[in-house]
Design a protein around this ligand. Structure first.
Ligand SMILES: NC(=O)c1ccc[n+]([C@@H]2O[C@H](COP(=O)([O-])OP(=O)(O)OC[C@H]3O[C@@H](n4cnc5c(N)ncnc54)[C@H](OP(=O)(O)O)[C@@H]3O)[C@@H](O)[C@H]2O)c1
Length: 315
């Protein structure tokens, strides 16, 4: 069975996806800055137990801007390491993550798929930094959203690409890496696509997006540019396993998935693509539904159908 890596798994969308992944018996490795926060969130999810976490999850404590931490998350086993993986919730048990047909070459075992919901913490503000650098007092401006780290998705993407490049260099040849390169699914946003600009945002929301979201959008935009630059390297791109960009409309709710047998509203979810946005244009979508779509289409379905696309999700 393949293993899925999660970044930003304490965020609502990725946490919901991880919870479904574990509940359905897949193996996962999740990076968390604060493992206890992730464990608390997962044990809050219906149907998840400590036993399931012990059996199917490895948590890698770390920061998504640290190359070593990212590499430790993605490598399940390397020739120099006798340890396959260690559960960080102080359970000394070691897990053997079977990689099966994907993810293993030259004794290096990699995750088969990477799902990232990394993002900064947003705060609404009515002030901006004073253009005069000597003045520390901020000046009034229109309401907008600022992030605690306005460059987090750019920085974590740079790190991920560098980590994948370093991993690729560990293989005897790039072809060996290509054979097991992980598929990458990242959560971006609407109003960012280089093809569509604001065309994937409903008309009524466009002024709000323009005034509130320049900072988060600039960060996501730089992330997408980094991916595009890597893809332009064609045969040498570390993204050869395929890239899927998920564009949810405005997110609502928390991380909580529905109990087994309870209708999550998944059949109301609408999907468009950058090529054909119309089906996915809408105002809001609940975080757990984004997680459920990624689970159904990428974790369970493999994601082949969506590779190379920006997928717009709304309700
Ligand atoms: N809000 C919206 O309406 C909207 C719309 C479209 C797209 N998006 C984007 O969709 C994505 C998912 O959103 P969400 O609300 O589900 O999640 P979120 O609450 O934005 O979660 C962000 C995640 O990133 C992690 N993170 C941040 N910096 C990190 C670092 N240096 N190292 C490791 N992890 C780090 C956080 O971990 P900690 O728990 O350690 O902080 C958290 O798990 C985000 O990228 C968001 O920007 C948002």
């Amino acid at each position: 069975m393949s293993t899925i890596a999660f970044f930003g798994a304490t965020g609502g969308c990725a946490n919901a996806c991880l919870a479904l992944t574990l509940r359905e018996g897949y193996n996962a490795v999740a990076m968390a800055r604060t493992p206890s926060k992730l464990i608390t969130q997962l044990l809050d999810q219906p149907g998840l137990t400590q036993e399931i976490l012990d059996k199917h999850l490895r948590i890698q404590q770390g920061d998504a801007t640290n190359i070593e931490d990212v590499m430790k998350t993605l490598i399940l086993q390397s020739p120099n390491s006798t340890e396959t993986s260690v559960n960080s919730n102080s359970n000394p048990k070691n897990f053997n993550f079977h990689m099966g047909e994907t993810g293993s070459n030259s004794n290096i075992r990699l995750v088969s798929s990477i799902i990232s919901g990394i993002g900064g913490t947003p705060t609404m503000t009515w002030t901006k930094p004073n253009p005069c650098e000597k003045m520390s007092m901020r000046i009034p401006t229109l309401p907008h959203i600022e992030l605690n780290n306005p460059h987090i998705t750019e920085e974590s993407t740079t790190t991920l690409l560098k980590a994948l490049r370093r991993i690729a260099e560990k293989f005897p040849s790039f072809e060996d890496y290509i054979a097991i390169a992980p598929r990458i699914t990242v959560i971006s946003g609407t109003g960012i696509s280089s093809k569509n600009g604001m065309k994937d945002v409903p008309l009524l929301f466009r002024p709000m997006y323009s005034s509130l979201l320049p900072e988060p959008h600039a960060d996501k935009n730089r992330m997408e540019k980094l991916f595009t630059e890597d893809l332009l390297m064609k045969n040498e791109s570390v993204l050869v396993g395929g890239l899927i960009i998920v564009r949810p409309s405005f997110l609502t709710g928390d991380h909580k998935i529905c109990a087994v047998g309870v209708d999550s509203g998944y059949d109301k979810l609408r999907v468009g693509t950058d090529e054909n946005p119309s089906g996915g244009i809408g105002y809001l979508i609940a975080r757990p539904l984004v997680g459920e779509w990624i689970f159904e289409e990428v974790v369970k379905g493999g994601g082949e159908k969506w590779v190379g696309q920006g997928v717009i999700l709304t309700c």
